[in-house]
Design a protein around this ligand. Structure first.
Ligand SMILES: Nc1ncnc2c1ncn2[C@@H]1O[C@H](COP(=O)(O)OP(=O)(O)OP(=O)(O)O)[C@@H](O)[C@H]1O
Ligand SMILES: [Mg+2]
Length: 299
């Protein structure tokens, strides 16, 4: 543990006390009683030495959509994998802090136990079994269920209700359907476990804007009508803030800013760095660095 700490001290600027304040505000905004997920000051290390998350805290209330935003390599996927207990497959581990899902520490559970308890991750990159049909892919999502064929059939109908495109393509081999349909298939497969919460990693990646809109709308519907909570990791800040109630911005393994989605969308730094809406004249790279620092201090 001492090695990552030293490495961190050398490579990353120490955030000012104000940054910790941002996290406290988040905890105050989402009282623990209503939280389905609570990530408390976690550190994650890969390969015993690479410190990637440096004290991340976040909360998701029951029935909420929360966005986890940040650029490439900020630590979004790592956070999601820490929650679903998938880090060990990549030689990663949570070395500090705690993660509570629905009242229980997640590290005491295997990923499949977590799925059974209602927490499932849709991995980045819309993974489907390429050689199976769409319907067989969906059926693999029911493997943790023990409530019989009729219930699985009902779950399948529910998925087809939300994703009519999947119903049309139910007999197609998943490797040959479009990227958007594969993303739908991956989300649909997660739904087959009847989750309380979906950890959704970059659903917009590589998709045309119209499809991104379609998928986010379905996410919004699933949240509103089925009460599924979402933690949504996204680089597409605009879309994520449109559908989320609350958001966290990760930079270099730390939460640098958090707040209600509306307030984040109106924040000058978020507009400039994540929504590409700089006010006035174009800023030089040097100014950019200055603003980046200002952003940390403001957080
Ligand atoms: N298995 C691994 N071993 C070592 N380092 C890793 C591993 N996985 C990720 N990292 C590093 O951890 C950091 C965070 O990666 P992560 O994938 O969590 O970022 P991200 O925010 O999801 O980025 P992206 O938007 O590109 O998906 C990166 O610097 C990455 O290189
Ligand atoms: Mg990622």
């Amino acid at each position: 543990m001492s090695i990552p700490a030293e490495r961190d001290a050398r490579e990353a600027p120490i955030p000012p006390p104000a940054a910790a304040g941002a996290q406290d505000r988040a905890v105050a905004a989402a009282p623990a009683a209503a939280a389905i997920l609570s990530v408390n000051n976690i550190e994650v290390v890969y390969d015993h030495v690479i410190l990637v998350l440096k004290g991340v805290s976040l909360q998701v209330r029951k029935g909420d959509i929360v966005a986890l935003l940040g650029a490439n390599g900020a630590g979004k996927s790592t956070t999601l994998k820490a929650i679903s207990n998938l880090l060990s497959a990549e030689r990663g581990e949570v070395t500090k802090g705690s993660i509570i899902f629905d009242g229980e520490e997640v590290h005491a559970r295997t990923p499949s136990e977590l799925v059974r308890r209602g927490c499932i991750q849709v991995m980045e990159g819309r993974h489907c079994f390429a050689h199976l049909t769409v319907e067989d892919n969906l059926l693999t999502g029911a493997f943790t269920r023990r409530d019989g064929h009729a219930e699985v059939r009902r779950a399948l109908d529910l998925v087809y209700g939300y994703f009519p495109r999947l119903k049309e393509r139910r007999g197609s081999i998943a490797g040959y359907i479009s990227g958007g349909e594969q993303q739908m298939c991956a989300i649909g497969r997660a739904l087959m476990s009847r989750p309380k919460m979906i950890l959704l990693d970059e659903p917009s990646m590589g998709l045309a804007p119209q499809l991104v809109e379609e998928i986010f709308k379905i996410v919004g519907d699933l949240n509103a009508k089925e009460g599924v909570s979402f933690l949504l990791a996204e680089q597409n800040t605009h879309m994520a803030l449109k559908y989320a109630r609350y958001g966290y911005i990760l930079e270099n393994g730390r939460v640098v800013l958090d707040g209600e989605a509306k307030a984040l969308g109106e924040n000058q730094d978020v507009k400039e760095f994540y929504l590409g809406m700089a006010e006035g004249k174009r800023k030089s790279f040097r100014e950019g660095k200055h603003y980046r620092r200002r952003k940390r201090w403001l957080a």
